[in-house]
Write a protein that binds this ligand. Sequence first.
Ligand SMILES: Cc1ncc(COP(=O)(O)O)c(C=O)c1O
Length: 403
Amino acid sequence: MARIRDDFPFIVKHPDIAYFDNAATTLKPKCVIDAVTDYYENLSSNIHRGDYETSLITSQKYESARQKTAQFINTEAKNIVFTSGASESLNLVAYGYGKTCLKAGDVVLLNESEHASNTLPWYSLAQDIGIKVEFIKLDSNGRITETALRNAMHDDVKVVSIAHISNVLGYINDIKHIGQIVHEFGAVLCVDGAQSIGHMPVDVNELDVDFYAFSAHKMLGPTGVGVLYGKPELLKVMNPIAHGGGSNVRFNACGEVVLKEAPAKFEAGTPNIEGVIGFGAALDYLNDLGMANIHEIVDPLHKKVIDGLLEMEHVKVYNPESDSAIVSFSVDGIFAQDVAAYLNKEKVYVRSGEHCAKMLNGVLHAEKSIRLSLYFYNTEAEIQQFLEAMRTITLEKCIDLYI
Ligand SMILES: Cc1ncc(COP(=O)(O)O)c(C=O)c1O
């Protein structure tokens, strides 16, 4: 573990901080920072455009990151579109696929635990072309059951868009099984993998998903890079949502445009080159660590957080049965943001609020909550630091922060 922690400059420089906001973004290992710096110091060129050495090397590194991404989820590089993040990837599904292939009256099925990025693009499309958005009913714990999914499916459902792991409750959805049901109805399954991809092995072939969207920065990579995996036949019929250099074969003064094949047709303009190259280094790091090992490291820590919080009478845990490293809770009589501010004073970093899943309030019966999310570099000592702060928190101490 000491070796792992030494890989992260933030941890080395701030050993007193317990960073537990990994669902928002993870820390970055030195190899990722070095890859980004190396691009600026030694390459600093655009991709796919230049015939000089640094441009050729840059293009090669960029495409090698695409290849690594493809291998990471067991597909081919041509099925990997680089975007600016999971949000843009999901917007690309809604607007690139949805606007092209859906019509007024078609239904997109969501659920109330989805992140804004997997809800608002569909709402926008509903306003734009008249599709309808419907919801799978969550059970009292906020989970999706097979019965609820089957009850929500019907012939007009053309897309089901669902998170692999909920960013508030940490439940893992059984995507393979969900996909089988969705495909029985001839609908397309889009999976928001923002919270899963950095925590568990993902094989898009085995899961048989149609789209899989995620962000690099939640899996050790730089911010501003995302991925959309799409089945080739879907990427083929989709239209890009941005147009410009690099995405076309030719165009003329009559307005005729011939686009390149996927993924190039979706990547108009100069992309986040250094970010994609840094992401390649993040994938190398995760491969060395072994994706299957992450659960083994995180699960005992997760259990300690849950057990510790459940012992505290002043704390309510919303997802004691969470399947992954996300714990959502509140403290009796203290606003979530004040709890987070108090924990900040104790050098414990968590997130408070609605976590961009604002429809979940009704299910949780809570306006706002505090979310602690773990990653493999967290330690038992950090958890003790957190639990000690939680044991001793009082409203008075929180008020004192503002005096
Ligand atoms: C489940 C889920 N989906 C989508 C997103 C959006 O990711 P990004 O902000 O990197 O685009 C997030 C980010 O928190 C998320 O947790």
